[in-house]
Ligand binder design. Structure first.
Ligand SMILES: C[S@@+](CC[C@H](N)C(=O)[O-])C[C@H]1O[C@@H](n2cnc3c(N)ncnc32)[C@H](O)[C@@H]1O
Length: 218
């Protein structure tokens, strides 16, 4: 998936993936991580997700990475913050209220940028990527995170032939396959959610499930 695809979507305001409410699975399952309050939480492909505000309210510091500077600016503006801007290597960073968003490409992140991360929250990141990129994503994520990092991962699974992604369908067995070399993978829950998502029924889906995983890197 080309970077321009996402940059143009932000440009045109085509951001159906954005949720105005905090993700209910984050609220329900975050406690499974037993994470120290002052830990740094990494949110890959973060968009302008309000989930970052919820994580901050739990006492965590938050580090996001996002291609689109429109998304980063909107995130702070919508919450009334004027962020400080810095530039570091290939990234421009915006920071306010204990939340830093690095504007740039996830695949350009290095170990050094994530050395203090204690946990990861991945909603709609893995499923934003086509199959060939998912393998590189999982490998790169595991490579740049400190050993022992926990990842709360939310994915969707549907018959891929019924709809074109993104979001792409990612099955439980694919998650296991992608991460088993790097992490212990635990499925926390799997729910049928088609009835709650009429827009996906309209796009032709006959089944839609959301799955929540807890991963712990070796
Ligand atoms: C489906 S959206 C999900 C956003 C967010 N996680 C949420 O829950 O609202 C995927 C986001 O990833 C960003 N993105 C895609 N490829 C990226 C990359 N290689 N590096 C950084 N961000 C990327 C897009 O601009 C888009 O905002």
């Amino acid at each position: 998936m080309k970077k321009d695809f996402w940059l143009e979507r932000w440009d045109r305001g085509e951001i159906g993936f954005h949720q105005d409410e905090v993700n209910p699975y984050l609220i329900q399952y975050w406690q499974e991580l037993h994470l120290a309050q002052d830990s740094l939480v990494f949110v890959p492909l973060c968009g302008k997700s309000r989930d970052m505000l919820w994580l901050r309210k739990q006492g965590h510091r938050v580090l996001g990475v996002e291609l689109s500077s429109i998304a980063a600016q909107a995130f702070f503006k919508e919450d009334g913050y004027v962020p400080q801007h810095h530039s570091k290597g290939k990234f421009q960073s915006c920071e306010a209220n204990g939340i830093r968003i690095l504007c740039g490409d996830f695949f350009d992140l290095s170990k050094e940028s994530l050395e203090n991360v204690g946990a990861v929250y991945d909603r709609a990141s893995l499923i934003a990527l086509p199959p060939d990129m998912r393998e590189s994503y999982a490998r790169h994520l595991a490579d740049i995170l400190p050993p022992g990092t926990q990842i709360l991962l939310v994915t969707v699974d549907y018959p891929q032939a019924e709809m074109q992604g993104p979001p792409f369908s990612v099955t439980s067995s694919e998650v296991e396959l992608l991460y088993r070399e790097f992490a212990e993978v635990r499925l926390l829950a799997q729910l049928d959610v088609l009835a709650k998502n009429p827009r996906f029924r309209e796009r032709g889906l006959n089944r839609l499930q959301e799955s929540i995983f807890l991963l712990k890197l070796h």
